[in-house]
Design a protein around this ligand. Structure first.
Ligand SMILES: [Zn+2]
Length: 293
């Protein structure tokens, strides 16, 4: 009997405990990014933020590639860079989990984008550490998008530069075929987090996330109320990639000088991290059954 207990203990100790999303890590990444100041596309500070993101991903043992290009904006040519962190899975089919890391260029005041631009980037860095330790049926690509924000105003093509460039490139080089779904996070650290269902997002993918929130008793944060969001998921949807946007756009500090560390909370990032990780098995099962049909 005693030896059985010892054996059971030994087995328990051997089994790797599932790595949990730790919002204290995400919070530290957010603090570091915000400390760099305003990080609009093409700025020296966004280059510094890229260095930080790359360093942290390398530390997590995740392979990083950069996609750089010059884009035309209403104020001229801007150098932009998307960053991909790829975690190989059993299948080469990919699930992209994306968020933007640029902050809106605002000349009138100092805009550091703790929630808008900071939270998604910090979240993805911590997610890399968690997913690296997980056995993934699909390859997961964590995609840090540049140029989400309008240089002047959100109209025409003055927005979502990074996602449009990524999808256009993937169409041309054929890599779009292995891209099976996309999950977008944006503005997920609002202290008063309440995420509505985006009607542009793919139905089954939205349900997978909202059901996972329900199972985690996090329905207070994931509302059944509907809204309609234009964001980096639209180019993917236009390319027939199932996509969902997890965003809380009802944020009083949105595009104001108040979008600082005081307006955000680690708890909100924890809620989204726990929900997304709980939703992954359902998303993966759905994609695998779709690929068998
Ligand atoms: Zn914004």
């Amino acid at each position: 009997m005693k030896s059985l207990v010892v054996l059971a203990l030994a087995l328990l100790l051997q089994a790797p405990a599932p790595v949990k999303f730790d919002s204290s890590n995400a919070w530290e990444h957010l603090r570091q990014l915000v400390a760099l100041g305003p990080r609009p596309a093409g700025s020296p500070a966004i280059e510094q933020s890229r260095r930080y993101i790359r360093e942290q991903l390398s530390r997590a043992g995740v392979a990083v590639t950069e996609q750089a290009w010059d884009d035309q904006t209403p104020t001229g040519t801007v150098k932009m860079v998307n960053i991909s962190a790829t975690i190989p899975g059993a299948s080469k089919d990919r699930l992209v989990i994306a968020g933007h890391y640029d902050t809106k260029l605002i000349r009138e005041f100092r805009f550091v984008g703790a929630n808008d631009g900071g939270s998604s980037a910090a979240f993805l860095i911590e997610l890399a550490r968690v997913l690296k330790a997980r056995r993934n049926p699909l390859t997961i690509e964590l995609l840090f998008l540049d140029g989400e924000e309008a240089v002047i105003e959100w109209q025409g093509t003055d927005h979502t530069y990074g996602s449009r460039h990524y999808v256009n490139t993937a169409r041309r080089d054929g890599s779009l075929a292995s891209l099976k779904a996309m999950v977008l996070v944006d503005m997920i650290a609002d202290r008063d987090l309440r995420i509505k269902k985006d009607s542009n997002s793919t139905g089954w993918l939205t349900e997978a996330v909202w059901q996972a929130a329900k199972r985690q008793n996090l329905s207070d944060y994931f509302s059944d109320e509907r809204t309609q969001i234009e964001d980096d998921h639209l180019p993917f949807l236009q390319a027939a990639v199932p996509s969902v946007d997890i965003i809380d756009l009802e944020y009083p500090a949105w595009h104001t000088a108040k979008d600082t560390m005081d307006a955000v909370s680690a708890r909100s990032m924890q809620v989204v991290g726990d929900t997304l990780i709980a939703a992954l098995p359902d998303i993966e099962a759905h994609l695998r059954s779709a690929s068998r049909r």
